[in-house]
Design a protein. Structure first.
Length: 161
């Protein structure tokens, strides 16, 4: 099958090849965005989008679906930026619909990501990463069977399919 698949790819029209490249670029952009979000959330936040679930980034306190693309809600962003805040307040826009009698209203809250990270204190700075890396190295060095699966904490953790 490999040979025939290679021939099929070679026989593609330039339009089909360009579509394939665009799809790969979009996927790479999305993956990079997920990694960036996990890094910004810090702590135990991990990228899990590659496992096929609905959430792209998860931590014990939040599950995130990440979307990155050409279209950006400028109107909502304008509303958010127009709010004046005092002290340690967060700016937020709450969006809702008006479905009518007997139907539950749907609502969303929109926060600026940078403001949220600064407010929550979950952001990762370079000193924090260096300290975490150094601590992990020291902890590994102190454990006699580290990384071999015998006394390794990761060996007991369930793996995703």
């Amino acid at each position: 099958m490999g040979r025939f698949k290679d021939l099929a790819i070679q026989d593609q029209t330039p339009e089909l090849r360009e579509r394939s490249v665009r799809g790969r670029r979009s996927r790479n952009r999305g993956n990079a965005f997920e990694r960036w979000i996990a890094e910004q959330l810090g702590g135990e936040a991990k990228r899990v989008g590659q496992y096929g679930g609905k959430a792209d980034v998860e931590s014990p306190w939040i599950a995130v679906q990440a979307k990155c693309g050409k279209s950006y809600p400028e109107r909502i962003d304008g509303w958010l930026r127009s709010i004046t805040v005092r002290g340690d307040q967060l700016r937020a826009v709450v969006l809702g619909d008006a479905p009518g009698a007997g139907v539950r209203r749907r609502t969303l809250i929109v926060l600026d990501f940078d403001d949220f990270i600064a407010w929550s204190g979950k952001g990762v700075d370079d000193d924090q990463v260096e300290c975490q890396t150094r601590a992990a190295t020291l902890a590994t060095r102190d454990r006699p069977h580290a990384g071999r699966g015998e006394d390794d904490d990761r060996a007991a953790a369930p793996r995703r399919a």
